[in-house]
Design a protein. Structure first.
Lengths: 111, 113
């Protein structure tokens, strides 16, 4: 249906290693959003992707939207301890103004 | 400071008791939302409201109720019918429209005594 699947559920990396989380949908998405939630905190909006094949960068973070607009990824280069948290993708519900959130990927960075 | 304020930060509920979680925003957003988050889980939508005096059920509305009498306020009541209320509750708001970027409050942690 309108769910989005996120993998992996957990990821432990050594500081300085790269990290990628993937978001997949069985249906075409109008857009995809990414949020970050620090431990004990609340989700904070990172970015929205709208166009097929779109790539956006925010410092060490690279966001991609698939050509078919059914998947998206978030890649972090050279992780730092400040990257710790859970990363969620979210899609708009068709015909409505609310979001479906993925299950999230919890990132742990080992110093 | 513009933003979303949730209170209280921590709340304890006795069995059979109704409790109300507050959510106030001064962002002039039309839409407001309530989510429930269980440990290690994603966000599940409880209720949402696109405009004053109107609200819709989300995926897990049973045992909860809301009101939207003012644009700035969207309180959530966890009723005694909600048998497993222990969770982290997040309120969010957004400008109604296609972009629908959501801004979240700091959350309320509800526990059962």
């Amino acid at each position: 249906g309108q769910q989005v699947m996120q993998i992996p559920q957990y990821q432990h990396v050594q500081e300085g290693e790269d990290f990628t989380t993937y978001c997949n949908s069985s249906t075409t998405l109008s857009n995809i959003q990414w949020y970050k939630q620090r431990p004990g905190g609340h989700p904070v909006f990172l970015i929205q992707l709208v166009k097929s094949g779109e790539v956006k960068k925010q410092k060490r973070l690279t966001f991609q939207f698939g050509e078919a607009k059914k998947n998206s990824s978030l890649h972090i280069t050279a992780t730092q301890t400040t990257d710790v948290g859970t990363y969620f993708c979210a899609r708009n519900q068709t015909g409505a103004n609310n979001l479906f959130f993925g299950t999230g990927t919890r990132l742990t960075v080992i110093p | 400071d513009g933003g979303i304020t949730q209170s209280p930060k921590y709340l304890f509920r006795k069995e059979g008791q109704n409790v109300t979680l507050s959510c106030e925003q001064n962002l002039n957003h039309d839409a407001m939302y309530w989510y429930r988050q269980d440990p290690g889980q994603g966000l599940r939508l409880i209720y949402y409201s696109q405009i004053v005096n109107d609200f819709q059920k989300g995926d897990i509305a049973e045992g909860y109720s809301v009101s939207r009498e003012k644009k700035e306020s969207f309180p959530l009541t966890v009723t005694s019918a909600q048998k497993n209320p222990t969770a982290f509750y997040l309120c969010a708001s957004s400008i109604a429209g296609a972009k629908n970027i959501q801004y979240f409050g700091a959350g309320t942690r509800l526990s059962v005594l």
